[in-house]
Design a protein around this ligand. Sequence first.
Ligand SMILES: Cc1cc2nc3c(=O)[nH]c(=O)nc-3n(C[C@H](O)[C@H](O)[C@H](O)COP(=O)(O)O)c2cc1C
Length: 192
Amino acid sequence: MSKSSVKPTNDFCPQTLFLYGTYDDEGKADFGLFCWFSYIWDGELGVMACIGGEKLTKDSIHKRKVFSANLVTEELLPLADFMGNTPGRSKEKMKVNAAVEAEEGRVLHVPIIKASPVNYELEVKQFIPLEDGEVLLCRIRNVLQSDLLSAGGQANSTEKLRKIAPVHTTCNRYFSWSGVDLGAWGEPMAQV
Ligand SMILES: Cc1cc2nc3c(=O)[nH]c(=O)nc-3n(C[C@H](O)[C@H](O)[C@H](O)COP(=O)(O)O)c2cc1C
């Protein structure tokens, strides 16, 4: 296989998308879209997340040390794309945030998106500041999962993933679980 060195990029390394949910001082929910999310092991399964630059999600997590991570599915993609391309402090986003059907977590004070089939309730154990970003190491305090996914035997994992249709991102575009192009960043939000 012939190869060339390219500038640092994560193109061709598809990532799963999550909407991080936080409450502000007035108890209003805010959601941001994130893909720099993965898992760690520290005696139990945990989560690591990287937040770059300054954003409302980061400020809120600093205040409360907790947030939710809600899996983005094809159904949620227009909303997720909007949340990823609109700053949390804008009037426009506050309006859409207020219309999201959300409920409080079962264990932590975090907003959970009802239409998302997998929700993590996360508590930050360690903040690792970088020059222009931050890595968060988190304890998973609860996982809420659709009963569709927990039902044993009925369907195998392939069938369950097909049903919930998680979205991937790479090359500044969105892709379905089976690899179908779902549009460029900033396109699906036109449907919100
Ligand atoms: C597809 C996609 C993935 C993103 N992933 C991240 C990420 O992993 N880390 C990050 O800091 N920002 C990420 N962003 C940018 C945030 O979603 C964006 O700054 C958003 O406005 C944050 O919401 P907030 O202002 O309500 O905190 C991503 C944006 C898009 C469109």
